[in-house]
Each structure stands twice: as structure tokens, then as C-alpha cells.
Design a protein around this ligand. Structure first.
Ligand SMILES: Nc1ncnc2c1ncn2[C@@H]1O[C@H](COP(=O)(O)OP(=O)(O)OP(=O)(O)O)[C@@H](O)[C@H]1O
Length: 227
């Protein structure tokens, strides 16, 4: 499903005559099977988010190969990446990144509008998904009227509505208390088991990493699988 080989990336900062190089990914390899939950743990600044951005095509790594569903994405144009992302990935972030002026329902509906799905079909799909993930009661609420856990459910709903095979989650429970964290982890587990969705989860937290089938550790840009 995801096959990453020999991916390296160095950020260059400062002016040309005084350029500083920050190596962030070094010869990274990662193979994720369909239906797996994989956790990437590691200290702040170790390169976890950079790897996720590289997989999603928000950032172009200097070298290496990234194959997703059999397609090499390293040399995609921006347009190709954008189209590929919409079909293949859902994103979940620590700070939810919901649109404050849209209701829970409208936030989840948004990716379908971007995909050009007709209004009737959109409403049906959003309603069905909101029932599945326990959000019907808050459909008309705005993000600032929701608890952290509810906001993260909405953001998971938004990531799922286009039926992507892969969800990339960057610290999905990072802003939640431990009880709400457990709820969200249970939801991730259910979605993986019921729908076979593949998850790559970045986390600092061992509790979160425990839901994963396999765990990798990033240390100074080097990724290693842990036993
Ligand atoms: N756009 C950028 N330009 C220059 N350096 C960057 C850029 N983005 C990240 N870095 C640097 O790359 C390194 C890795 O950052 P990254 O965000 O991938 O780490 P992380 O493991 O995800 O950390 P955190 O858990 O704090 O998000 C850090 O030293 C960071 O300062």
C-alpha cells in the first residue's frame, strides 16, 4: 500500500552565501500494508511531521521513492499531488483544523463539495457517516460549541467522507484529556477494523502507539521499527 525507500531530505535556510543545511530525513524506508495501523514515535524535532508531509506530497523530499497504491508519487506535479491526495488520503491534526464558520455537518461535507459531488448525494453521505461516528446530535453546532473530543470526531468525519484508503494523523489526541483520548483511539480502532482503513499515526504518546499494529521510532531523521 505504502512503500517508501531511501527517502532523504535536507532543509536549507538562510541566504545563498550563508546557507545552513538541516538534514531532517536520512535514508528513510517504510512499508505499510493495507489495513495496518502504524505509529511513528519520536522526540520533538526528530522529523516525524516532515515524513508525513512527504508522504502526503506537501513537501518534496530531495531523493528517494514513495509508492502509494502502486503509484510512484515522488515526481508528481502540484496538481497531480492535489488530485492524488483528495482520492487517497484523509488528514487528522492535533488542533482539528475545522472551519470555524461552518457547522459540524458542513465541515464534514466540504471535501465532497471540492470533489464536485452533487448536493443530494452529499447530504445523504454526511448524514450516514455522522450517524456511524456518533455526531448526529451536534450536526448544526459550530466548532466553538463542541468539546475537544467532538471536534476531533468531526475532523475524523471530514477525513473519512471521501472514503480514502489511508488516514494520516499527526498527534490526533495531542489536545485531548485522557478519557477523550481513549474514545478517539477506540474510534480509530473501530474504523480500522470495520472499514479496513490504513492509518499512519504520529505521536509522542505510548497509549496512542499501543493501538498500532507496528511501531517505528524516528531519531534524528532515522526511522527504525521497534520490536
Ligand atoms: N520548513 C522548514 N524549514 C526549515 N527547517 C524545518 C522546516 N520544517 C521543519 N524543520 C526542521 O526540521 C526538523 C524536524 O521537524 P519536524 O516538524 O519534522 O519534527 P517532528 O518530529 O514532527 O517534531 P514535533 O513533534 O515537534 O512536530 C526540526 O529541526 C525543524 O526545525
Amino acid at each position: 500500500m505504502i512503500e517508501i525507500k531511501h527517502v532523504s531530505h535536507t532543509f536549507k535556510i538562510g541566504k545563498k552565501d550563508n546557507e545552513q543545511e538541516i538534514p531532517v530525513l536520512t535514508d528513510v524506508a517504510l512499508h505499510v500494508h493495507k489495513g495496518e495501523v502504524v505509529a511513528i514515535v519520536g522526540k520533538s524535532g526528530s522529523g516525524k511531521s516532515t515524513l508525513l508531509q512527504t508522504i502526503a506530497g506537501f513537501l518534496h523530499a530531495d531523493v528517494g521513492s514513495i509508492q502509494i497504491n502502486g503509484q510512484e508519487t515522488m515526481h508528481f506535479t502540484e496538481e497531480q499531488h492535489a488530485a492524488f491526495r483528495l482520492d487517497n488520503f484523509g488528514f487528522v491534526f492535533q488542533n482539528f483544523q475545522l472551519m470555524p464558520g461552518l457547522t459540524a455537518f458542513e465541515n464534514i461535507e466540504l471535501p465532497l463539495i471540492l470533489q464536485g459531488v452533487p448536493s443530494n448525494e452529499r447530504k445523504q453521505r454526511v448524514q450516514k457517516l455522522m450517524e456511524q461516528i456518533g455526531l448526529t446530535e451536534v450536526a448544526k453546532h459550530y466548532p466553538n460549541e463542541l468539546s475537544g473530543g467532538q471536534q476531533q470526531r468531526v475532523s475524523i468525519g471530514r477525513s473519512l467522507i471521501t472514503n480514502p484508503p489511508i488516514i494520516l494523523a499527526d498527534e490526533p489526541t495531542g489536545s485531548l484529556d485522557s478519557e477523550t483520548e481513549q474514545e478517539i483511539l477506540a474510534l480509530i480502532k473501530d474504523l480500522n477494523e470495520a472499514l479496513g482503513i490504513t492509518f499512519i499515526i504520529i505521536t509522542h504518546d505510548d497509549e496512542v502507539a499501543n493501538v498500532a499494529h507496528r511501531r517505528f521510532r524516528m531519531h534524528d531523521g532515522i526511522l527504525k521499527e521497534e520490536a
